[in-house]
Design a protein around this ligand. Structure first.
Ligand SMILES: *[C@@H]1O[C@H](CO)[C@@H](O)[C@H](O)[C@H]1NC(C)=O
Ligand SMILES: *[C@@H]1O[C@H](CO)[C@@H](O)[C@H](O)[C@H]1NC(C)=O
Length: 446
């Protein structure tokens, strides 16, 4: 933990940070660094034309007075344009990124989401930090909660590390949807039979698992998350999210709505989630990974949900009808695409993402976080450092990445499946036949 703090201090040049100053530290002592930070805000504002760096440095003091320290939400990350965004998970803040924490059975609700009890260099500066924006001038830190002090530190990292505009920190809190009917069915049939046969159907006559809804257990998991967030916001000074994102699959929309819509949120931070195509689950041949049409999702979703720009009417990504599913490499590449989109266009720091087990696994991989698999309804926070690296190779466009390959199936419930080899399909009165992931046509006909 000490090492991580040391590294951060180096990045942010804390020697100049004058933490010995009175509550005016963020403005007064750091003005020469903050000029460029505010300049970045100016250049990304639609109403102000692009200025030279020298102009910005001169304009900054008055801009500070006008804008305050809180950067406007949804500003574009101008400095990242034409650059590659590189992500790192900053360790030392949450239990989940510590190798000593066993992910199996880990429950966010037993551990304050995993937030470590620790000190930060900014402790003792500023007040409670309840509402939005940067708290720097309201009282003293003694009564501050862990979340309030963590928020102050992250605000500090952003205000000082963004002095050249090329680094941003965000706290991503990613939740897996509650149990859906597809999860129940996988348990009911067993994973081999599920993968090789049942998951390719829309349901079994009793349950529907094409773009499935939450089971009663899944809805209860969302309610539990709702109660836990409510207690953190009310009693523990956890900041409200600046932005919310959801996968377009119905189980995530239900989970996000059940978790957040009834929270008592600050007026300037309402629950207005954005549905983003690329936060969806790995696009396997399973019908639970095929999304509904935009119109169906609109009709299904509460009015607070909105679509990202360009969200297509039909699911243009699912290739299950051709027995082709997304590869891990493709999923990681498009997960980086969606993260880049969020980091480049959302100036908020506290970001909620409601997604899926496989997709959160891919996002964690892109963020350089260790593997940490989540049960249904589980939640993981990550402190992310994003750096815009000039001249880095641009990410390959998702559509050109070689990304979909055959997935094996059987035309009847299988005998079993063998990892790495495929489905062992039953044949009436004959020898079981292996349907592999690169099947010969004859095998696939069985
Ligand atoms: C932090 O301290 C509180 C109170 O002692 C405790 O309940 C909680 O489990 C601790 N959190 C961690 C992550 O150790
Ligand atoms: C269909 O699957 C569900 C699990 O999702 C199971 O509870 C139910 O019993 C199954 N129905 C039939 C007819 O097998």
């Amino acid at each position: 933990m000490g090492l991580a703090v040391d590294a951060l201090q180096t990045w942010c040049n804390l020697q100049t940070a004058t933490l010995n100053a009175d509550p005016g530290w963020a403005v007064g002592q750091e003005s020469s660094q903050l000029n460029l930070q505010v300049g970045a805000t100016i250049t990304t504002s639609n109403s102000v034309e692009l200025k030279t760096q020298a102009d910005l440095a001169m304009k900054a003091p008055s801009a500070l007075a006008v804008l305050g320290l809180a950067a406007a939400a949804s500003a574009r990350w101008h400095e990242a344009e034409g650059s590659t965004i590189q992500y790192t998970t900053v360790p030392g803040y949450f239990l989940q990124d510590d190798a000593a924490t066993n992910p199996s059975g880990f429950d966010y609700a037993a551990w304050n989401f995993g937030l470590l009890n620790r000190t930060y260099p900014t402790d003792g500066y500023g007040g409670g930090g309840g509402g939005g924006g940067h708290q720097g001038q309201q009282g003293h830190g003694a009564a501050s909660t862990q979340w309030q002090r963590f928020k102050r530190w992250v605000d500090y990292l952003n205000s000082n590390c963004r002095n050249d505009g090329r680094t941003r920190y965000k706290v991503l809190i990613m939740g897996r949807h509650g149990q859906g009917w597809h999860n129940a069915a996988e348990t009911f049939y067993g994973t081999p039979a599920w993968n090789c046969y049942w998951a390719e159907l829309d349901g079994n006559g009793t349950a529907t698992w094409a773009d499935p809804l939450l089971t009663p257990q899944g809805a209860a998991e969302a309610s539990r998350a709702n109660a836990y967030f409510a207690s953190r916001l009310r009693d523990h000074g956890m900041p409200a999210f600046d932005s919310y994102y959801s996968s377009p699959l119905k189980r995530c929309i239900q989970t996000a709505d059940g978790t957040f819509s009834s929270l008592d949120l600050p007026r300037n931070k309402p629950f207005r989630p954005t549905i983003k195509e690329l936060f969806r689950e790995g696009i396997s041949i399973h019908t639970c990974d095929r999304r509904s049409t935009r119109r169906e999702i609109r009709d299904f979703s509460p009015a607070s949900f909105r679509f990202e720009d360009g969200f297509a009417e039909h699911d243009e990504l699912w290739e299950g009808a051709q027995s082709k599913g997304e590869t891990d490499a493709h999923q990681r590449a498009r997960s980086k695409t969606v993260l880049d989109d969020v980091f480049a266009h959302d100036d908020g720091t506290w970001i909620s993402v409601t997604s899926h087990s496989g997709e959160i696994r891919a996002l964690l991989a892109v963020l350089g976080h260790r593997e940490f698999s989540l049960g249904t309804g589980q939640i993981i926070p990550v402190l992310v450092r994003a750096e815009a690296v000039r001249g880095g190779a641009p990410a390959p466009p998702t559509t050109s990445a070689p990304g979909f390959t055959y997935e094996a199936t059987c035309t009847a419930p299988p005998v079993t499946s063998i990892a790495g080899q495929g489905c062992v399909c039953s044949t009436t009165g004959g020898v079981p036949a292996l349907a592999s992931a690169t099947p010969t046509p004859s095998l696939r006909q069985l």
